[in-house]
Write a protein that binds this ligand. Structure first.
Ligand code: FE
Length: 200
């Protein structure tokens, strides 16, 4: 099945529809659904006064679990549960790099925090502890250096902390529709920057 022909005008309605159709899916052994998790992450970002781009990153970091919706090209990665890379791949054409990089780095950020923040491991949910094993465990010293060299690593760490805190049942959140304007602003800013880059 070919993926839908997505553009900067259709990507946000596509994501809103995806959350509304698939958001009730379970979230890999967590006590919240996928959409509860993603909406709680966005709410924590807003509560910390994060800008639009990081709110979008918190909201979309796990979209790689749904890459089958974007067409067959993405399905293999989804099945292998390389949902970090798969999510980045579907976001990268439309969103600023910080958004797609926070998705790409959110598993790495967990492994980084497990290696560098002594209190972090205790904050992991049981399901997150289980997946840490498949994901390679805490980072080794050379991996830590490479991670810190990524210009988006600090943003990815912030998103990761909201990610871990977004697994609390019955937390009130806004609805995905309430984020449509914010998401479109973030997409439009990226498209405007691309256009001015081409003009110079
Ligand atoms: Fe997550």
């Amino acid at each position: 099945m070919p993926g839908p022909e997505l553009t900067s005008e259709t990507i946000v309605p596509f994501i809103v529809d995806l959350f509304e159709r698939r958001g009730a899916d379970s979230y890999l052994g967590e006590a919240v659904t996928m959409s509860e998790h993603m909406l709680q992450g966005a709410r924590l970002a807003e509560q910390e006064g994060a800008g639009d781009e990081l709110v979008a990153a918190a909201l979309l970091h796990d979209i790689g679990h749904y890459t089958g919706e974007f067409g067959d090209d993405y399905i293999d990665q989804g099945i292998d549960n390389h949902h970090d890379a798969a999510g980045a791949q579907v976001l990268a054409p439309f969103f600023p790099a910080v958004v797609s990089e926070c998705a790409r780095l959110h598993v790495a950020a967990k492994r980084y925090l497990c290696a560098t923040d002594p209190g972090y491991f205790a904050t992991l949910s049981p399901a997150s502890v289980r997946t840490l094993g498949f994901q390679g465990g805490p980072m080794q010293a050379e991996e830590i250096g490479a991670f810190e060299a990524n210009p988006y690593h600090a943003a990815a760490v912030r998103v990761r902390r909201w990610d871990e805190a977004s697994k609390v049942p019955d937390t009130p959140t806004r609805a995905i529709r309430d984020y449509a304007d914010l998401l479109q602003r973030v997409v439009d800013q990226r498209m405007d920057r691309d256009q001015s880059d081409r003009a110079t």
